[in-house]
Design a protein around this ligand. Structure first.
Ligand SMILES: O=C(O)CCC(=O)C(=O)O
Length: 350
């Protein structure tokens, strides 16, 4: 299912102008090391969302993760990468309840929550060669909110002016009925789409390069509620910060092979040098080990039982020790009536 409309029909002119102004001045990351560390997204990226929800008065509420954790490299899960989160900016908070209500009217039978659209994934295609390969966004950490499928709201902005002809617009395509189909995403458009539909953006055709115009895309996505599924709530935030934001630290056991660590550091620090970020902090602790991880998984399983959290069917390798530790600390703080705490979760193994 997909629905295309213009933001000018949905939000106020002031809200739209403020969002465009925010985007004109926002920061972008280029060549963030990907899953294999030597690969990277073929466009500029950023992401916002620390896990809080946006209430109907457009305010951020609830608990948030200040750092998240993920495997530093897909093929090497004994080193964790720590990344700092950033809150959803006010310019987006101002429009999110309106977008939710628009969708709720169209689909009264839905399981949307106050957490709907609390993550913003941002792509900036500044060069005609930039693209995103065909993929779906229906990973297990996204709740199924409309027609029992995950949903995103994809916003498009041409801040430097629109292309002079339809054929020079961004080559956004959906894979429907066995064929890739062009979908023109106009300036200020919003596309509500079941995110299990394969989609992609092709690079510009060579002959059309002179007519290329830069395009910014924001896809708003949702986390589970931190109250009913704290682990997948964290994992959803963590996946986005890991791949779209600046790396902050590497965490490992002191016995880690130094060559492996140096190799990772070199790739991450090259990105930091090119994007004006500080070099990575190195953290080492004997607590970073698999026995500890197994203990934390068992503790989390006991919390599922005790507090009636959603079942988690698989504890994958990207659910690293530091994530489990943080989530277990959150549950202790928030659910154990004897402990009092504020909304920031910032527990670290070391
Ligand atoms: O640029 C677009 O419209 C597509 C973005 C996208 O597919 C994504 O962020 O997953």
């Amino acid at each position: 299912m997909y629905i295309l409309d213009s933001l000018t029909n949905i939000i106020s002119k002031q809200q739209l102008d403020e969002l465009r102004y925010f985007l004109q001045n926002s920061e972008w990351n280029y060549k963030v090391p990907g899953g294999f560390v030597t690969n990277f997204p073929q466009r500029k990226v950023n992401t916002y969302g620390d896990g809080r929800y946006i209430n109907n008065s457009c305010n951020l509420k609830g608990s948030y993760w200040s750092s998240t954790f993920w495997t530093a490299k897909q093929t090497q899960n004994d080193v964790t990468l720590e990344t700092k989160t950033e809150a959803i900016p006010n310019e987006l908070c101002q429009i999110i309840p309106t977008l939710r209500n628009y969708l709720k009217k169209l689909f009264p039978d839905n399981s949307m929550t106050k957490y709907t659209f609390n993550i913003a994934v941002c792509n900036n295609y500044t060069e005609p060669t930039m693209n995103i390969a065909g993929h779906t966004d229906d990973d297990y950490w996204y709740p199924k909110e409309v027609e029992n499928r995950p949903m995103f709201a994809s916003l498009t902005f041409y801040l430097d002016g629109t292309p002079v002809h339809d054929s020079f617009y961004s080559r956004f395509q959906l894979y429907i009925d066995g064929k890739w189909k062009d979908v023109k995403l106009d300036d200020n458009s919003v596309l509500f789409m079941s995110s299990d539909i394969p989609h992609r953006v092709l690079k510009h055709k060579k002959k059309d390069i002179p007519y290329f115009k830069p395009r910014i895309n924001i896809t708003l996505r949702s986390t589970y509620s931190i109250k009913s599924n704290p682990l997948l709530h964290n994992i959803c935030v963590a996946n986005h910060t890991r791949y779209y934001r600046a790396p902050y630290a590497l965490v490992s056991h002191p016995s880690i092979d130094k060559c492996k660590l140096d190799d990772l550091l070199q790739n991450y620090n090259t990105f930091c040098d090119n994007n004006n970020y500080s070099h990575l902090v190195l953290k080492q602790t004997t607590e970073h080990n698999n026995v500890k991880k197994k203990e934390l998984i068992e503790t989390y399983k006991s919390y599922i039982e005790e507090y009636d959290f959603d079942e988690v069917y698989q504890y994958k390798s990207n659910m690293v020790i530091e994530t489990l530790y943080n989530v277990v600390c959150f549950v202790k703080q928030k659910f154990d009536k004897k402990t009092k705490s504020n909304n920031q979760v910032n527990a670290c193994l070391i």
